[in-house]
Design a protein around this ligand. Sequence first.
Ligand code: ATP
Ligand code: MG
Ligand code: MG
Length: 553
Amino acid sequence: TTASANNFIRQIVREDIEAGRCQKVITRFPPEPNGYLHIGHAKAICLNFGLAKEFGGDCHLRFDDTNPTKEEQEFIDAIKHDVEWLGFKWSGDVRHASDYFDQLYAWAIYLIKHGKAYVCDLSADEARAYRGSLHEAGKNSPYRERSIEENLDLLERMKAGEFKEGEKALRAKIDMASPNINMRDPILYRIRHAEHHQTGNKWCIYPSYDFTHGQSDAIEGITHSICTLEFADHQPLYNWFLENLPVPTKPRQYEFARLNLNYTITSKRKLKQLVEEKHVDGWDDPRMSTISGYRRRGFTAAAIRDFCERIGVGRADAVVDMGVLEFCIREDLDANAPRAMCVLKPLKVVITNYPEDKQEILELSRHPKKEELGKRQLPFAREIYIDQGDYDENPPKGYKRLVPNEEVRLRGSYVIRAEKAIKDANGNVVELHCTYDPDTLGKNPEGRKVKGVIHWVPANQSIECEVRLYDRLFKTPNPNKTEQENGSFLENINPDSLVVLKGCRAEPSLANATLEDRFQFEREGYFYLDSKDSKPDSLVFNRTITLRDSWEQ
Ligand code: ATP
Ligand code: MG
Ligand code: MG
């Protein structure tokens, strides 16, 4: 397929296996538990777990937990749930970089003993000044030539908690003149007097990302360590550790382009800001680009996997159009979601020539193409609801719904004719009197054509519900671009991204809806029960996506 052709990493793995360089592929997905996963992470998940699946290997789930002050158990639980929901299973137990803190510490001592690491007393600001810049070589730290004995003693005392945060750090001794700034004596350990969600108070020094990541890969026997492009500059350092430490295996790092999606943001820091400042209803607000947000909105895991497959994996940064993701969910739901009717803005219709005591049970198919989904029952009676927007006394051109003294078909039911509108003091139509043609159930009327078809529900047996119409959270393609140079992405929030409708009327079969079900409400879009707020006696439906793309220019 085209997707696998443009996945250069798949190609590399295949060649490694064919050439015997790799017996069994082992990948990992290494999130930091400092937030919920977003759609960008889904790309990395599908790639890493997908490779393991395709080539009969393993994929590990490893929490990259070296920043205790920013991490929480809540995030660990949410991440595990999201990965499973996406349809993937990690091999073995969940792993943590913190599982390797003892080994990493032993390796820090190993580097000191080989003259390749030292304890440095420069403050963060001083260290930055010594590091130099892209155009200017760095300068050696005055602490760089400390003896091995002194370094061993100081590291031990750092670990014992003798120093304050920022007072000392352990650094690798590499090359302050390297053109790659990452190689200019990078930090291996920093002091953090903070409790860790996994290791409690055992440590008050924590290894840096760079000192942790590659060695964790090596401990786990990762063969292909796949990360996003911004880590390409770290690769020489990743390899330096593998070359200078007695690691059990030699993983290789490969970089791919991260997913950028327009009309949304995929930065955990900004997603967190949206949550903490209450611009949204939590990490799983249906407008969030988080996996949990898409789930609550009604996206299927299959649609997200399909999206990740379609966009492919490349080496050049690009921005993917939100329409692609929306296309994937629309296509899935169109093929699979049962149809139902729900009137969002009810207008009562009395069918004056329909007997008051009569009621019929109509049968409508659940899906136009999937017969196996069967039929649903829908009572028809003298009083029904149609949508306020489906009756108009001054219709625009091309209006194919109900107008005075004309006919329209009620979906799956009879043809009715508008006879009289009852109005309130302001002239608003509050009720409509119609007549029906008893000869039009399942067949066209004699001698005339009825073009329009509208949806409806019975007045008495329908159920009242709330409907939340969600749209894109941002109104501009690049939410990070603001009018003022130093503006906030918050300015670009779409004020119409949520419209709440109460007093909507759903057909009776929807009373049995569960979180397993997704529906097309005919003529309105695709809908899903809200997992947080919907209750059996007060249903809340979220609009997953409209029937058509309304954003396309
Ligand atoms: P953020 O910058 O938002 O905090 P992160 O990259 O620091 O994101 P991690 O938890 O470290 O978040 O990410 C775990 C994995 O997911 C990493 O391997 C990373 O490369 C990958 N990843 C993160 N964001 C994206 C993205 N937008 N597209 C593809 N992969 C991503
Ligand atoms: Mg991060
Ligand atoms: Mg990261």
